[in-house]
Design a protein around this ligand. Structure first.
Ligand SMILES: Nc1ncnc2c1ncn2[C@@H]1O[C@H](COP(=O)(O)OP(=O)(O)OP(=O)(O)O)[C@@H](O)[C@H]1O
Ligand SMILES: [Mg+2]
Length: 459
């Protein structure tokens, strides 16, 4: 009996999610106009051709072959390495049976390992439903005669998928769609069906929508950021780097914890974060700074003003930055960049500057919460000590309920400046897993950073 084999999809990010395609099989790549169906299938074909597979592309089109080539040559991966057999779209709609014979003949002569028919759905357009079904069953039996992977492109909207005969004949369905918001368009990829893969993986991948992106280097699907599997939490303590604060936190920050530093503009949140990172660097701990508003250069200058020269750490790779314009930020892409960076550098301290800037890129509060939740869970599962800062606006000394996302963090430190005497105060309003001191302490920003005064002001 013929065995199912696993082969690369031809797209690294899809392989990571799926573990590859099973072959022989038929996969339907469906979606509306311009969502990237052709690019996805051509990239899968090009990579397979490069890997030594015999590949065939059957475009069903009104366009001339040289125009198609010109258009596709804007894509880096396109090198014309696959064989092309174009079929005129008008003819195929008028005379589908001749098209069927044509497809059968070209498959017979090329004997491909991987085939793309783009698009398949206009075939049999003029048929009544029953004839159309019969037509597709015949096509299916032609395809099944060969041990190959067939990628069928379908011009279908989601609602049509469930009643389309092509969906029923396919072993897998990848559905691409576009969601327009005020700010930008997001592209989503869904696995509607995927036969032959591990049931656990199948239920995981069919349960969510993945963001994807098309650039001239092709198609990238962003996986969801997930906590590490089988992790063990390390609850040892690390120095915060702010003299006097470790005592307030019951002996330092818990290694795996996340801390939110909240305060109005000018209360020293950025210095707080830099001081925390600098402390780690002095201990030889790799650090990562994630920023939206400031460039690495700006932050290096801010640190230098406090007497901390971070440049040598940057040069040796102990300190890294991820700097993103919040207007162009895709949450799924951003979180995967953070993950890749951490995995590459082994960062054990992360400073995430200004989570309020994220509201611009993720205006939907639920999505923003989900983004931060998956990020903090991932960092925790890696035993990374993380520090996030956020701006508060409404009052001098807000309670946690007034601070967005305080509930997602293990500890919350509030910085506030008094309107009466323009002095600055700090208190730890929450510290999970620690008997913290519920005290308000005065602090000052000196030339060596933030320092707490030893006298407790309020209890
Ligand atoms: N070189 C390129 N760099 C970046 N993006 C590109 C490039 N070429 C095309 N695109 C993007 O890809 C999309 C079109 O992709 P594609 O032609 O694969 O869509 P499609 O789903 O096959 O559409 P149709 O149903 O009209 O055939 C466009 O939205 C375009 O913005
Ligand atoms: Mg197309």
């Amino acid at each position: 009996m013929e065995q199912l084999r696993t082969i690369s999809c031809g797209i690294e990010s899809l392989d990571k999610l799926l573990g590859g395609f099973r072959t022989p099989s038929t996969i339907l790549i469906a979606g509306t106009a311009g969502v990237g169906k052709t690019i996805l299938s051509l990239q899968m074909l090009s990579e397979a051709a490069r890997g030594g597979e015999k590949t065939l592309y059957i475009p069903i089109t009104t366009e001339k072959e040289h125009k198609l080539k010109m258009y596709h040559s804007t894509l880096d991966f396109f090198d014309g390495s696959f064989q092309v057999h174009a079929i005129n779209r008008q003819l195929s709609e008028k005379d589908p049976l001749t098209t069927l014979i044509d497809i059968g003949n070209v498959i017979e002569s090329v004997k491909p390992d991987r085939l793309v028919i783009d698009p398949i759905t206009p075939l049999g357009f003029g048929f009544v439903e029953q004839e159309r079904r019969r037509f597709f069953y015949t096509l299916d039996s032609i395809l099944q005669e060969r041990d190959m992977l067939t990628l069928l492109v379908g011009e279908l909207v989601r609602e049509e998928l469930h009643r389309s005969v092509v969906s029923h004949l396919s072993d897998g369905i990848i559905y691409l769609s576009r969601a327009d918001t005020d700010a930008r368009a997001d592209h989503h990829l869904e696995f509607i069906k995927m036969r032959g893969i591990d049931p656990g993986k199948r239920s995981e991948i069919t349960a969510c929508k993945y963001i994807y992106d098309i650039t001239s280097s092709g198609f990238t699907v962003y996986p969801r950021l997930k906590p590490e599997e089988d992790f063990r939490l390390d609850d040892s303590r690390v120095e915060a780097g702010i003299p006097g604060l470790d005592g307030m936190l019951g002996g330092g920050m818990i290694k795996y914890s996340s801390t939110l530093v909240a305060g109005r503009p000018g209360t020293g949140k950025k210095i707080f974060g830099l001081q925390f990172i600098h402390q780690g660097l002095q201990n030889g701990e790799p650090g990562l700074i994630i920023t939206f508003e400031d460039s690495p250069h700006q932050l290096l200058m801010d640190a230098k003003r406090m007497g901390w020269d971070l440049m040598p750490y940057m040069e040796t790779g102990l300190l890294r930055f991820i700097c993103t314009n919040p207007g162009n930020m895709y949450p799924a892409e951003h979180s995967i960049r953070i993950k890749n960076n951490i995995e590459k550098t082994g960062a054990i301290r992360v400073f995430f500057e200004g989570i309020n800037s994220l509201e611009m890129s993720i205006p939907d509060h639920l999505k923003l919460r989900s983004y931060l939740h998956s990020l903090t869970s991932y960092l925790k599962s890696k035993n990374i000590t993380s520090l996030f800062t956020t701006d508060t606006t409404s009052c001098d000394c807000p309670g946690d309920e007034m601070i967005d996302f305080a509930y997602l963090m293990d500890s919350v430190v509030v910085l506030h400046s008094s309107t009466v005497n323009s002095r600055m105060y700090m208190n730890v309003t929450k510290s999970r897993g620690t008997k913290h001191k519920n005290a308000v302490k005065e602090y000052s920003i000196t030339e060596e950073g933030i320092k707490l005064r030893t006298d407790t002001l309020l209890i």
